[in-house]
Design a protein around this ligand. Structure first.
Ligand code: SF4
Length: 323
């Protein structure tokens, strides 16, 4: 097949758009979608100046999504002194997995000349995920512990580095899966939180004083296209799956979405278009932004924002250290 733009050999066919694209036009189309998302979500505020630049912390795991996001952000803002990037890698303590992906992060940030920070569960919490899985004091899946610890460190370090935004590499498939899971679980508060946490433009989301605001500039790009971009651009992405990956329900949803997308191209895009609108309504109607019941206080142990006396991370650490 030939590229629909220039007639050269196509490297991909997007069934949802009907387009065949060659390498150059495919790479350009991915970058264009990310830049459009940055514009539409108002990521760069009007008052950002070279004298008063924005600091964006990017969660860099070394997997394809975060590597592609970091690379495109670098290319987009290389000549723009209003934006300064800090790549943040979290080492969970998973043998035979995270060391290799940290190497990929170091290689990428060295090559691009981006500031790179590495934090570990061991230094921060005196735990390693391999031990947590073995002890499992709460009888939960590995990712349920790991997600709490990771979110805590991303927030803590984004604040420590005075970040204006915290960016993560969630792609279209990730977001469509989360949307569908929230629907199927019937959890409207979760839909509202999803919107406030990372969907919609910053103008729509309003002031967010308690957290460094998050954004997902890769959320219009399907997973397969992220992988193809990483391959074509020869980026040092680490592709092995975590040995503790345990989100079985998400796996089922992923399979379901693959099938739907195969039979009805464009399903993921239409899910997200409708979901974002509904999530916006849920966020304003459900009161996720309201003060009152959901008013945040500080964890009495670590000072993190929480609605409880002791935050979830501190109570999980107590259970783990008690074993
Ligand atoms: Fe942690 Fe689960 Fe991700 Fe592994 S797959 S790094 S356990 S969240």
């Amino acid at each position: 097949m030939d590229c629909d733009k220039c007639g050269r050999e196509a490297v991909m066919h997007a069934a949802y758009s009907g387009l065949h694209l060659c390498e150059d036009h495919f790479v350009a189309s991915v970058e264009k979608r990310v830049r459009r998302r940055i514009r539409e979500d108002d990521l760069v505020p009007d008052d950002a100046t070279p004298e008063d630049p924005q600091t964006w912390v990017v969660g860099l795991s070394g997997g394809k999504d975060s590597v592609v996001l970091t690379d495109i952000l670098y290319r987009t803002f290389e000549q723009d002194p209003r934006i300064q990037l800090v790549a943040l890698t979290i080492h969970e303590g998973i043998e035979g997995y995270r060391d290799e992906s940290v190497d990929a992060c170091v290689e990428l940030t060295d090559e691009l000349g981006i500031r790179h920070e590495l934090v570990t569960y061991e230094e921060e919490f005196d735990v390693q995920m391999d031990d947590v899985v073995e002890k499992d004091p709460e009888g939960m899946a590995a990712c349920a512990y790991c997600g709490v610890f990771r979110r805590d460190l991303l927030s803590k370090y984004a604040e420590k580095y005075d970040a204006d935004k915290l960016l993560t590499g969630h792609n279209l498939d990730d977001e469509a899966q989360t949307a569908l899971m929230n629907f199927l679980e019937g959890d409207v508060s979760q839909v509202a939180k999803h919107f406030d946490a990372s969907l919609g433009s910053f103008e729509e989301r309003g002031e967010q004083d308690d957290f460094v605001p998050r954004a997902k500039p890769l959320r219009d790009v399907p997973e397969k296209e992220v992988a193809l971009y990483a391959h074509l651009e020869d980026l040092p992405a680490h592709i092995t799956e975590c040995p503790h990956a345990s989100e079985a329900y998400r796996g089922e949803i992923q399979e379901l979405l693959h099938k739907l997308e195969e039979n009805h191209p464009g399903t993921r895009h239409s899910i997200m278009a409708g979901y974002e609108e509904l999530a916006s309504l849920a966020a304003s109607e459900f009161g996720a932004r309201d003060e009152g019941d959901t008013e945040l206080g500080e964890c009495e142990r670590c000072g993190a924002s929480t609605t409880r006396d002791v935050c979830r991370k501190c109570s999980l650490l107590d259970s783990i250290h008690a074993v």
